[in-house]
Design a protein around this ligand. Structure first.
Ligand code: ATP
Ligand code: MG
Length: 689
């Protein structure tokens, strides 16, 4: 080469070095397992190109999350300096799409495109609701819910279907959505708005129809790189395709791992890696097999589990590392014991001087964060939840709490407004204004005005609140929460209204029942509140509500990133690494997740497990519980609970796939559990059932 090789090249292994220094004018791909340095290579390749004289502006690099983009930028800055690193066009698909539309949005009629910003989901649904009211005034918005239609429209857009691409549908309702899609797009255009899906979809539209714009990119771009390529969806791949030109003339470098494809539900396709190789036929396909992240124990476990997936491209990771770290499985009686033990262990690590930022707690579903949050708060350990709200800040929980607040105090107007809209009862801002005026005129509370409203939906609302008050007085907090869910039908409401989040919302609502049970249990156990319990039944509810409010802004979310233990779902942890990893909730049904309707994508769940396990740089603590719901709240009144509750969950089949010698003492328990599991299985070996 005509310039001095950078010293840092020597730190890479030969295969990595090969990938970093591949000719800059050819396509390349890395297909390799977790922790083998794919992201590291991508970073170094960018730095290498810049050192070789490539203009940073001419480089587009796509990452999966903003956090990952930030990390990559920092790594590049260390190699070539901040100024150059700052000029790279680096970001997520959404952020790059927005950047593109801010420059070229006038082609789709965006007038002040320089300042374009997407609506959030609530705003987009509100816009659709307005369209439905204006254009289809006869529609009953309680039946044809704007949000439902919005989700269908969004899904079409994610698939790359523009208004004219959507075929005539089979059902009247679906055809109505199709009509709405057109009206929604027209209104969006009129009001100069963009939704989230537009960022990539509309960019594609401009690039498709304006070859001169695409030509600018082909001319100026020298390199396009994509990390986590296995999880890109078709419109994202199309976007990349446009940037690299019809003949894919811009050198493209993608890195990925088919074993870590975990976004199938969002339209990503595990075969995308193979189809890239077909389309771009990179002259260079590099495989990396040495893992630098994990201990050999963790790798052996990860390799053994993922080996059970059929149709893998197939790779085996190895490591030179000799240190053992720790690897263990603990089986607890219930979720509270699990959370307590994890929090205690974290406290000990911190006491030993381990920085909080080195510790992460991973879980399959957002709702599982609740127990651990509580245990951390109790021990005053600062934590931060990534990509999720604190339990009590979640919308469905706030809705449910609004109902409880109203039961507690019917004069609580904020609670009233919230509860009356969840589920919706066709009460708009106008009605509320009328009520307010009336209340003022008559000098009574809003709640009293509601009683005189003859509308059936309002009457039933009032009745539910009265009924719940009786339930509470007669049967206590836990039954109240259950009855509240039953009478308001909040779960069903969310299952239809929140679509893919629906089931999670319903589970969170169920978790609230559990929270009430735990609270009741604790209050009795500590005896602190016995007096007030005996005196007025109202006190337990108000204390529960106060506890919820306090909890909602606790948890150190205000602390700086480096000062907190991290909590996140496995999905959010992709590409990240931590010395100490706790992976909880390893019961069959929880992980792999099996939905209430019995659906499970076993292969994707297994990849997800593989992602989770391979996040660890040193120690991995796996845990599961015999009974995830075992505080006595399963009995309505919370009376003398049986300590040994029903064994409804068994150890995750993924844990059972870990070689027994790695699990040590716990292996025996796992085997005992697996006998039960086999006995209870339906005999289906397939990945769908
Ligand atoms: P994932 O599949 O999880 O995204 P990855 O393949 O992108 O993993 P990286 O995050 O790039 O892997 O690297 C994993 C770890 O290994 C990092 O801490 C990185 O610094 C380290 N690493 C990578 N290559 C080497 C090397 N040649 N020598 C020493 N450490 C390395
Ligand atoms: Mg990576």
């Amino acid at each position: 080469t005509f310039y001095e090789e950078p010293a840092w090249l020597a730190h890479l292994n030969p295969a990595q070095r090969e990938a970093v220094t591949l000719p800059m004018d050819s396509h390349g791909a890395i297909l390799a397992g977790a922790g083998t340095g794919k992201t590291n290579v991508l970073t170094h390749r960018i730095a290498y190109a810049i050192r070789g004289g490539m203009e940073p502006y001419a480089i587009v690099a796509v990452t999966f999350t903003n956090k990952a983009a930030k990390e990559i930028k920092e790594r590049i800055a260390r190699l070539v300096g901040e100024e150059a690193a700052g000029k790279i066009r680096l970001g997520t698909f959404h952020s790059l799409g927005l950047k593109f539309l801010r420059k070229f949005g006038h082609h789709i009629g965006l007038e002040r495109c320089e300042t374009a910003a997407p609506m959030d989901e609530d705003e987009a649904v509100a816009l659709l609701r307005r369209v439905m009211k204006d254009r289809f005034p006869d529609t009953d918005l309680k039946v044809e819910k704007p949000k439902d239609h919005y989700f269908v429209i969004s899904q079409w857009k994610e698939q790359g279907l523009y208004v004219n691409d959507v075929p005539v549908q089979k059902t009247a309702s679906a055809n109505f959505t199709r009509m709405l899609y057109a009206a929604y797009e027209a209104e969006k255009k009129r009001s100069q708005a963009l939704d989230f899906a537009d960022l990539v979809l509309q960019s594609n539209f401009v690039l498709r129809h304006h070859p001169e714009v695409a030509a600018v990119f082909h001319q100026h771009l020298r390199m396009v790189l994509v990390d986590e390529f296995q999880d890109t969806n078709p419109i994202q791949v199309e976007f990349i395709g446009h940037l690299t030109g019809t003949g894919h003339s811009v050198p493209t470098f993608v890195v990925g791992d088919d074993d870590q494809s975990i976004y199938g539900w969002r339209g990503a396709d595990a075969g995308i890696m193979q189809s890239f190789l077909k389309r771009y036929t990179p002259n260079h396909l590099v495989r990396l097999e040495q893992n630098y992240r994990c201990t050999s124990t963790i790798l052996d476990a990860a390799n053994a589990v993922i080996a059970n997936n059929p149709n893998r491209i197939g790779k085996r990771l190895w490591t030179e590392r000799q240190d053992v770290g720790s690897f263990q499985l603990d089986i607890f009686a219930d979720a509270e014991a699990e959370a307590g033990a994890i929090a205690d262990r974290i406290r000990n690590l911190l006491a030993d001087g381990i920085p909080p930022a080195d510790i992460v707690v991973l879980y399959r579903k957002n709702m599982l964060s609740r127990g651990i949050e509580k245990a951390l708060v109790f021990r005053d350990i600062p934590y931060r939840i990534y990509g999720g709200l604190n339990f009590f800040q979640r919308r469905e929980i706030k809705d449910a709490l609004a109902w409880l607040r109203l039961v507690q105090n019917p004069l609580d107007e904020m609670a009233l407004f919230r509860a009356i809209a969840a589920p919706r009862r066709g009460v708009g801002a106008k009605t509320i204004e009328q009520w307010k005026t009336m209340a003022q005129k008559q000098g009574v509370a809003l709640w009293d005005v509601l009683h005189s409203d003859k509308k059936a939906s309002i009457q039933s609302f009032v009745q539910i609140v009265h009924r719940l008050r009786q339930v509470y007085e007669a049967e206590g907090l836990v039954v109240l929460v259950k009855k509240m869910l039953a009478l308001t039908k909040l779960e069903q409401y969310y299952i239809t209204a929140a679509k893919e989040r629906g089931e999670e919302c319903a589970e969170n609502l169920q978790e609230l029942v559990i929270a009430a049970g735990v609270f009741h249990h604790e209050m009795r156990a500590t005896g602190l509140h016995m007096e007030s319990l005996a005196r007025t039944p109202g006190d337990l509810l108000s204390e529960f509500l106060a506890d919820a409010v306090l909890n909602s802004d606790q948890g150190g979310q205000k602390k700086k990133e480096g000062e907190t233990v991290s909590l996140m779902t496995v999905h959010k942890a992709k590409g990240l690494e931590f010395p100490y990893v706790f992976l909880l909730g390893l019961e069959d049904g929880e992980f792999p997740k099996i939905t209430q309707s019995g659906f499970c994508n076993l292969e994707e769940e297994r990849r997800l497990f593989y992602v989770a396990v391979t996040r660890s740089k040193f120690s991995l603590f796996l845990s599961c519980v015999r009974n995830r719901q075992s505080f006595g709240y399963t009995q309505d009144a919370g009376d003398d609970e049986a300590e040994d509750g029903l064994d409804s969950h068994f150890v995750s089949r993924f844990v059972q796939e870990i070689p027994a010698h790695l699990l040590g003492d716990a292996a025996r328990l796992v085997q005992a559990s697996s006998r039960k599991l086999v006995g209870s299985e339906t005999g289906s070996d397939g990945d769908w059932w």
